[in-house]
Design a protein around this ligand. Sequence first.
Ligand SMILES: Cc1cc2nc3c(=O)[nH]c(=O)nc-3n(C[C@H](O)[C@H](O)[C@H](O)COP(=O)(O)OP(=O)(O)OC[C@H]3O[C@@H](n4cnc5c(N)ncnc54)[C@H](O)[C@@H]3O)c2cc1C
Length: 447
Amino acid sequence: MTRKIIVIGAHAAGLDAASAARKTDRTAEITLITKEKKTAYSRCGLPFVLGGHIPTFDDLVVFPERFYKMMKLNLKTETTVTNIDPKAKTVAIQDKSGNEETLQYDNLVITTGAIPFVPPIKGREKKGVYVVRTIEDGEKINQALQTAKSAVIVGAGLIGLEVAVACLERGLKTTVVEFLPYVLPVLLDKGMADRVQKELEEKGMRIIVGKGAEEILGTDKVTGVLVGGEEIPADVVVVATGVRANVELAKNAGVELGEKRAIKTNLRMETNIKGIYAAGDCVETINLVTRRPTMSQLGTTAVKQAKVAGINAAGGYATFTGALGSWITRLFDTEIGGTGLTEFMAGRAGIETVTGTITSKTRADYFPGALPIRIKLIVEKESEKLIGAQIIGGEEVPQRINALSFAIQKEMTVRELAKAETCYAPPVCETWEPMVLAAEMVIRRLR
Ligand SMILES: Cc1cc2nc3c(=O)[nH]c(=O)nc-3n(C[C@H](O)[C@H](O)[C@H](O)COP(=O)(O)OP(=O)(O)OC[C@H]3O[C@@H](n4cnc5c(N)ncnc54)[C@H](O)[C@@H]3O)c2cc1C
């Protein structure tokens, strides 16, 4: 009998789940349902369209319509799943014209993603206040930036800073407001974050840390933001204060949530309800260092989980064991990335650490174009295992983050890392690989 698989959400996770299901079961009837008009575009590219690096938002659409036909995926756009009935194994859907239908499934994959979280700031409903999640959000901000002279970005996380860089590149007077004491507060330790802040300030960005946005000012349309009693003028306000897992639909169907208030799954990405799988920003995952639940909410984690969910939903066998949350960005010409735990996060998890930070060059010092690179390693004191890394540099940061991510996954000790054999040629790297130098620094401190 033909297996019926329904995937709710057709974005990073939804599309990868459906593709994996198709590759596992060539004959399954696979239906992908999404509220949005456009499917599987790169949300990650939105700030770079705003900054003018990518010509149009349509360029972010990764898969053309013919892909869905080729993969024999029954795609329903601008359609909302309004209910899941796990007993009857049905989902209720409503299209944009209001037509309702009930669809039967054998296995279901929930990839409902996340929704921007906007803190209850007075005046947040005013015209000119935006979030960045969808192409429509991007288009609205882009429109506003055509005439705006100044912008305030609330939140100095990855998305906030990427959008702030875009605003500055578009010639706006740009201010970032961060409630916590430093930028990228969940991803970097203070020393590294302060360097990022300094570089952005040198480019002309104003950054206020340790203060929240108290009020969004203006009558109907935003004119400014009140921060620590100061009125900062703004024609555009972008709130980038994180996201919350979109779990209402799943919760109403009896799907169990975990301690992070996101969908809880087993290693096969199956929920507490047999035959219902979940993946992406709506699920919690296990942190590979602490072994505790965490929210990854990265596209990379979403597609890995989704592949596993799709294979299992189509009758195959695959597992996803957890994530380190490896991340990367580029702000102007500086690449910034991290993997595993920060020193601060390790402390909060009760792990005693020793760290080492070095500054080196990306090529032989004398070679034209050599750029600075700064690496911080975080090592568990007792086991001497590497548990985290942060890098800021002019080039070659992602490859090193990936290498250090492998090292953490393989539970490499800092002494093993210090003995790693690396390559060298003046135009592309230094004789002594900076990761090895940072490991040696940690070893000196361990003594
Ligand atoms: C500006 C920005 C930059 C980013 N940059 C990066 C980056 O550089 N690297 C990285 O790894 N990650 C990045 N991310 C995060 C990445 O985009 C997300 O992790 C990824 O989109 C998660 O995919 P998902 O499919 O789980 O969820 P989503 O992308 O949220 O998709 C869920 C989909 O489900 C639909 N849906 C929800 N409920 C229903 C329903 N009831 N019926 C029908 N459809 C429904 C939603 O409309 C949505 O289309 C970025 C995100 C943003 C916003």
